[in-house]
Ligand binder design. Structure first.
Ligand code: C2E
Ligand code: MG
Ligand code: MG
Ligand code: MG
Length: 283
């Protein structure tokens, strides 16, 4: 890149830039190895019906058990995975893992109706070979596609909007459910709401947080909820951190939600741990 600045120019790397560069290089190498070394795991966060407070499903959230740095969350490595394309291999692993979980639940009276939400990079929508791979992957895992919710945020549509829309329609025809993630965090165009085949609109945590000091935004939640009936989507509030927040959202008729106040993301390790969630599912 320094070269592109042209002849006769000096490009200085100071020590901190050099360190950052080296750090990123090793991050990339470690990421490439992490799948084989089975360092990734999924934590699941419950998504609830806010009216009855019963669980309707879970969102799968990626964690990296880094050999020296401990458990890393996506903000610490996702940018690199996206930049290098490693994200595609990671997401293949995520889908396989989630499908296995759904298979385990298929004959379980408590969990057979649960769905799992998976976050996906927008690339799957705009590159038709990736889209076909994704569909084939779900097919070979023999789960009911409607148990799977694929979550995309609006960055997936920023470019190649028409292609992305076609991709979404293809996924919908295949039978999976679709969610627009992080709504209210970006430009949040209204056109997403009525012309895209989303089953769920997930309101971003940053927007939900404002409900504590502004009733105007609560009115907006109400309105979005009502519009959903006509446009065919349902609202999920993210980042519910307190009882007062939960009450406000319930009052606004918000149908679904997730957040630390309801349940923190956690590994599904034993039946004991998931029992309370299972009981709620049944309710
Ligand atoms: P997201 O899809 O919006 O997921 C919700 C994020 O909010 C998660 O962060 C979750 O742990 C956090 N969260 C849930 N409830 C609360 C709350 O009450 N308070 C606060 N402060 N946070 C809450 P996490 O797990 O760090 O993931 C961050 C983002 O990384 C996700 O945002 C998602 O876009 C992305 N991500 C996670 N897993 C994957 C994956 O497998 N593939 C891809 N492509 N992206 C992923
Ligand atoms: Mg999400
Ligand atoms: Mg997301
Ligand atoms: Mg989100």
């Amino acid at each position: 890149q320094a070269k592109s600045l042209g002849r006769g120019r000096f490009v200085f790397f100071d020590e901190s830039m050099r360190e950052k560069l080296l750090e990123n290089m090793s991050l990339e190498q470690e990421l490439r190895a992490a799948i084989k070394k089975q360092e990734f795991e999924l934590h699941y966060q419950q998504i609830s019906n806010l009216g009855s407070t019963s669980a309707i499903g879970f969102e799968a959230l990626l964690r990296w058990k880094h050999p020296s740095k401990g458990i890393l969350t996506p903000s610490q490595f996702l940018f690199m995975a996206e930049e290098t394309g490693i994200i595609l291999d990671i997401e293949t692993w995520v889908i396989e893992e989630v499908c296995q979980q759904l298979q385990q639940w298929q004959n379980d009276t408590l969990y057979s109706n649960a769905f799992i939400g998976v976050n996906l990079s927008g690339r799957h929508l705009t590159q038709s070979n990736l889209l076909n791979k994704l569909i084939a992957l779900i097919k070979t895992n023999t789960i009911e596609p409607e148990r799977l919710i694929l979550e995309f945020n609006e960055s997936a549509f920023a470019q190649h909007t028409d292609v992305a829309l076609k991709g979404l329609r293809k996924l919908k025809d295949f039978g999976v459910k679709l969610a627009l993630d992080d709504y209210g965090a970006g430009v949040s165009s209204f056109s997403f709401l009525h012309s895209y085949p989303f089953e769920f609109i997930k309101l971003d945590r940053s927007f939900i947080r404002t409900l504590n000091n502004s009733d105007k935004n609560l009115t907006l939640v109400k309105a979005l909820n009502e519009l959903g009936e006509q446009f065919g989507y349902r609202i999920v509030a993210e980042g519910i951190e307190s009882e007062s927040m939960l009450k406000k959202l319930q009052g606004a008729g918000c149908e679904f939600g997730q957040g630390y106040h309801i349940s923190r993301p956690a590994k599904i390790t034993s039946t004991i741990e998931t029992l309370s969630a299972a009981e709620k599912l049944k309710a």
